[in-house]
Design a protein around this ligand. Sequence first.
Ligand code: URA
Length: 201
Amino acid sequence: MTALADLAKEVSGCGQCALAQGRTKAVPGEGPENAVIMFIGEGPGFHEDRQGKPFVGAAGQFLNELLQSIGLQRTDVYITNVVKCRPPGNRDPQPAEIEACRAFLDRQVALIGPQVIVTLGRYSMARAFPGEKISAIHGKPRKVGDIVYVPMFHPAAALHQPSLRKTVEEDFARLPKILADLGQVEEAAVAPDEPQQLSLF
Ligand code: URA
């Protein structure tokens, strides 16, 4: 069993926060173990909780379309969430729940070693850019340590607010160039506690 599969097993048996009590299935994440891009959402919803897979409901359908729009398939990318168990009624994850799950996400990032992390929504954005506003920084790549982060609005937000849909589509459309330029941004690295915007464009 690989280290990532071991981790998924640990997640499935985890009881470190109250979300464990309400879950049908934990949702560790899925995708290739050496994915170049990782997407981090918020937390499982109803369908994800039933199936044990991330982004399989309406937001997931939209995410699939966004990936296809730039020539990617789900199987090309690793997809996971900040919290691995469904918050009741799809409420926002609470700080203690995010904290309880933090080590799982840190280990996933370390094991997969993605070059790009796309954060979907406020909670995964806050991991890399605490205190910043998604409306100000969405779609703008920044290198933190060895990883280029691209903060984006959550696909579910775009489903609820039609005006955001175009924004999300445009932010996705920038990903191919971000990927193509990865090799040219090596010296732009900044200390993890000092994120800066890259001059990729
Ligand atoms: N929304 C998320 O943030 N994650 C999922 O897995 C599904 C919906």
